[in-house]
Design a protein around this ligand. Structure first.
Ligand code: NAP
Length: 260
C-alpha cells in the first residue's frame, strides 16, 4: 500500500533508538524527510546517517532535551516552525512505589510525558490546520489503559496527555489534522531491558529470567519489535488514516485483558 506521504516532513522526538527510531525508520521508508531528536548527539547522528543512506531521504539530527523549552526551540528552529507530521516521545519516568514520589517527581514526569507533547502540538498544529493537512502521533503507554503498579508516574502523566488529546483532536480534525496516541505494551528496547534488570535485582533472579517471566504474561508470548511499532505509526501518519481521530491504539500482544 502506498501511504501517500512521500515528500512530507516529520519531526520525530526521542528517536536515536527504540520506539522513536522505529517510527523514524518506518516514515523514512515511506519517503518522508525527517528532523529527529535525542539528547545524545553521537548516537543521534549515527541514526540520522543510517536512515538517510538506506532510504534516500533528508534527515536532520537536532540534539537536545525535548522536555525543555531550549530543546523544543532547537527542533522548531530546524523545522522553520512547520512540519506535516509530528511524533512525540521522550524517556519514561523511573519505576517505584506510590509512596516514593514527591511533587518534583510528578512535575518532572509531567514535563516529559504530558507538557512537552502538548507544547509541540500547540507549536505545530496551527500551521498544519492552515495548510489543511497534518498528522500527530503521541507515543504514550499501555499504562493509560491498565495501570502498571511500579510506573505510577507514567500512569499519571500520560493519562493527562490522553485527556488533552481527546478534547483537542475533535477541534482540529475539520482542518485535515488528526491526533492519535499509540500505546506500547512491552517492546524489545533498552527501556524494556532496564526494567527487566530492575525487576531481576529486586527479585534476585537474572535479567533473562525476568524477561521470560514478563513474556509469559503476554498472550503473543514475546516482546514487540520496534519495526512493528513503527509500521503502525507510519500508517497513522499516512494519508489513508484521515478518518482515525482521537484514538488510543494499543500495541501489546494482547497483554491488556479487556474486551474494548
Ligand atoms: P529507549 O529505548 O530507552 O529509547 C529512548 C529514546 O529517547 C532514546 O533515543 C533517547 O536518547 C531518547 N530520549 C530519552 N529522553 C529524552 C529527552 N528528554 N529528550 C530527547 N530524547 C530523549 O526507550 P523506548 O523503549 O523506545 O521508550 C520510548 C517511550 O515509550 C518511553 O517514554 C517509554 O516509557 C515508553 N514505553 C516503552 C515501552 C517499552 O516496552 N519499550 C512500553 C511502554 C511505554 P537519549 O538518551 O540520547 O536522549
Amino acid at each position: 500500500m502506498d501511504l501517500g506521504i512521500r515528500g512530507k516532513r516529520a519531526l520525530v522526538c526521542a528517536a536515536s533508538r527504540g520506539l522513536g527510531f522505529g517510527c523514524a525508520e518506518a516514515l523514512a521508508g515511506e519517503g518522508v524527510d525527517l528532523v529527529i531528536n535525542a539528547r545524545g548527539r553521537e548516537a543521534l547522528e549515527v541514526a540520522a546517517e543510517d536512515l538517510a543512506a538506506r532510504f534516500g531521504v533528508s534527515v536532520q539530527a537536532v540534539a537536545g532535551d525535548i522536555t525543555t523549552e531550549d530543546g523544543r526551540g532547537a527542533v522548531l528552529e530546524a523545522l522553520g516552525g512547520a512540519a506535516d507530521i509530528l511524533v512525540t516521545n521522550a524517556g519514561g519516568p523511573p519505576p517505584g512505589v506510590w509512596t516514593d514520589w514527591g511533587r518534583e517527581d510528578f512535575i518532572a514526569a509531567m514535563e516529559a510525558n504530558m507538557l512537552a507533547p502538548i507544547a509541540l502540538i500547540q507549536a505545530l498544529v496551527p500551521g498544519m490546520m492552515q495548510r489543511g493537512w497534518g498528522r500527530v502521533v503521541n507515543i504514550t503507554s499501555m499504562a493509560v489503559k491498565a495501570p502498571i503498579p511500579v510506573l505510577g508516574l507514567s500512569n499519571t502523566a500520560r493519562t493527562g496527555l490522553t485527556g488533552f488529546v481527546a478534547g483537542t483532536a475533535r477541534q482540529v480534525a475539520g482542518q485535515g489534522v488528526t491526533i492519535n496516541n499509540l500505546l506500547p505494551g512491552i517492546h524489545d528496547t533498552a527501556r524494556a531491558a532496564a526494567l527487566d534488570a530492575g525487576a531481576a535485582a529486586a527479585e534476585g533472579i537474572t535479567p533473562a529470567e525476568a524477561r521470560a517471566a514478563r513474556e509469559a504474561t503476554i498472550p503473543a508470548g514475546r516482546y514487540g519489535t520496534v519495526q512493528e511499532f513503527g509500521a503502525m505509526c507510519a500508517f497513522l501518519c499516512s494519508d489513508r488514516a484521515g478518518f482515525i481521530v482521537g484514538q488510543n491504539i494499543l500495541l501489546d500482544g494482547g497483554q491488556v485483558n479487556a474486551t474494548l
